[in-house]
Design a protein around this ligand. Structure first.
Ligand SMILES: [Zn+2]
Length: 180
């Protein structure tokens, strides 16, 4: 496995349409393994193949139903993903490993059902809510060359980011205390 370089906002590759995966071969498996390592290293929640310069329809997303499991078990691999249904709404801050340090308010469905293939080509369907549903939308949009900054209702200010970080810190602290 190897870390891959994550392309940043201005890179034209991020604006291209990705092609379907047709060969479920060792090359795809290496790509997915590298993406897992890259995501863990970058401390992100999802990553799409075009973000590492591969214009193929493959993304990985962390599963919020497995938050207490080791990282490797949290990763959902989605090949040729397609959102088949969604419901509800959530409005919240969203970021992207390709747009470091920037967060914007983005409206997404609360619950999303996605159809995809696994790394061996087997089809499956999965429904998730909350942040994983948000990631399903965010990552599949990368495959169309879209970034969250295109659709954010507004970008958060430095003060708001500070407040968000503070809140997160407090929540982490509370969680830690609860575990003791
Ligand atoms: Zn992204």
């Amino acid at each position: 496995m190897a870390l891959r370089y994550i392309l940043e906002k201005e890179d034209p590759q991020l604006r291209k349409h990705s092609r379907p995966v047709t060969d479920f071969n060792p090359r795809l498996h290496t790509l997915l393994d590298d993406m897992r390592e890259t995501l863990e290293h970058a401390n992100g929640y999802g990553l799409a193949a075009p973000q590492v310069g591969v214009l193929r329809r493959a993304v990985i997303v962390l599963d919020n139903e497995k938050e207490d499991k080791p990282f490797s078990e949290q990763v959902i691999e989605l090949i040729n993903p397609e959102i088949v249904s969604f419901e509800g709404e959530q409005d919240g801050p969203e970021g992207c490993l390709s747009v470091p340090g920037v967060y914007g308010m983005v409206k997404r469905p609360m619950k999303v059902t996605i159809k995809a293939q696994n790394r061996n080509g087997q089809e499956f369907t999965m429904t998730r809510e909350g942040i994983t549903a948000r990631c399903f939308c965010h990552e599949t949009e990368h495959l169309e060359g879209k970034l969250f900054t295109d659709i954010a209702s507004r970008i958060l200010s430095d003060e708001e980011l500070e407040e968000m970080a503070k809140k997160e810190e407090e929540e982490a602290k509370k969680e830690k205390e609860a575990k003791h």
